[in-house]
Write a protein that binds this ligand. Structure first.
Ligand code: MG
Length: 367
């Protein structure tokens, strides 16, 4: 079966409210959808959405690369098994220097087509016995009053883990936010903190010792300078588990922390790391050292989030509640399906391929 008629479509989604990230305020999420048909009429989709400040490649660089890859794959044979797909992705990286977001986008597209051909959901096509549903966490941010409102909105979905974003502003406001959540959720609901490298070692020891009795699952990126020495000291002085997020992309530092057993959880973003296969490999390598994985979206549209959901399903018991509750942040959706969260878990679509489809208004007339 040959791949034909590849096309790229720019899209943008508007956030319901401007989103604060580690790299500034976001009003719009822009990205590129890839569509293709096979010579026997099967159609597939993928998404390339590098995020400014997070991905090294810009959207224009990614689009240029995607056009090159589309030319390379036009009339190529569709991979028949995961090894074939991984071989093609390796070629895109080695021969065409395709950046991570482009590799992920074409992995989605080819996996969507190959899964449809095999009549299997993408995660089942890619590995044995993936999870059928994945636990997800809800994100809370802003003032204690904002957080109260967000908790009320999210109550019906019965999350088992809440992640609180702690912005700069001192230890006392941070403690107030954490108390606000602890007072309002069941005792066995876990709280995780994301400090976005906000504290030095002494500040982190002070904060974490104040809140370590509050059912804290782990603390993400606590230190401005995440050295192995300081991470180990922080864990010894507080007894809390430590997660790495942005550090995972800093290869030398990440491997140093891993070798020194200075972290407990890794947060993986397929759009930044180069896709599902790479994320799964990294997670398995970390699992050999006893680390758990949290897989998160990079604020993609429903196509990218669905691909992340399939990736999370492939991690089996190494995966903790994932950061996939991000589609509600947008005013609109580019897919027809919902990805509802029930009892804190997201069901992995069980239709062949990705299991989601593009809204008709977005499908190019040439496809
Ligand atoms: Mg983070």
């Amino acid at each position: 079966m040959k791949i034909r008629r590849l096309s790229l479509i720019d899209f943008e989604l508007t956030f319901k409210a401007p989103l604060v990230t580690a790299h500034g305020l976001l009003n719009l999420r822009k990205g590129i959808i890839i569509c293709a048909k096979t010579d026997d009429g099967c159609s597939g989709i993928g998404e390339i959405s590098p995020l400014d400040g997070f991905n090294r490649e810009s959207r224009s660089r990614a689009k240029q690369s995607a056009q090159e890859v589309a030319g390379y794959l036009d009339n190529a044979e569709l991979p028949v098994d995961p090894e074939g797909l991984i071989q093609i992705l390796g070629d895109l990286e080695d021969r065409l220097s395709a950046p991570p977001s482009v590799i992920f986008g074409f992995e989605m597209l080819l996996g969507d087509l190959a899964g449809k051909k095999a009549e299997l959901p993408l995660s089942t096509w890619y590995c044995n016995n993936p999870l059928r549903n994945v636990a997800v966490n809800a994100i809370l941010a802003g003032s204690p009053e904002d957080i109260q409102g967000q908790l009320a909105q999210k109550a019906a979905r019965h999350f088992r883990a809440y992640k609180i974003k702690i912005e700069a502003g001192g230890i006392e406001p941070a403690i107030q936010k954490i108390k606000t959540v602890r007072d309002r959720v069941a005792d066995d609901v876990m709280i995780r903190l994301d400090l976005n490298r906000g504290l030095d070692l002494n500040e982190a020891v002070d904060l974490l010792n104040e809140i370590k009795g509050f059912g804290i699952e782990y603390v993400e990126e606590p230190l401005k300078e995440p050295t192995s020495h300081d991470m180990i000291a922080l864990r010894e002085e507080t007894g809390l588990r430590i997660a790495l997020d942005e550090t995972v992309a800093e290869t030398d530092r990440f491997h140093d922390l891993l070798e020194n057993k200075a972290c407990d959880v890794i947060v993986l973003k397929p759009m930044m790391l180069g896709g599902i296969n790479k994320s799964v490999k990294l997670s398995r390598m970390a699992a050999e050292q006893g680390l758990k994985t949290v897989l998160t979206s990079t604020l993609e549209s429903g196509i990218g989030v669905t691909a992340c959901l399939h990736a999370a399903a492939m991690l089996g018991h190494h995966v903790l509640a994932c950061g996939l509750d991000t589609l509600d942040l947008f005013q609109d959706s580019i897919i027809n399906e919902d990805l509802p969260i029930i009892s804190g878990r997201m069901n992995v679509p069980q239709r062949p391929g990705l299991g989601v489809s593009l809204r008709p208004s977005l499908i190019p007339s040439t496809i």
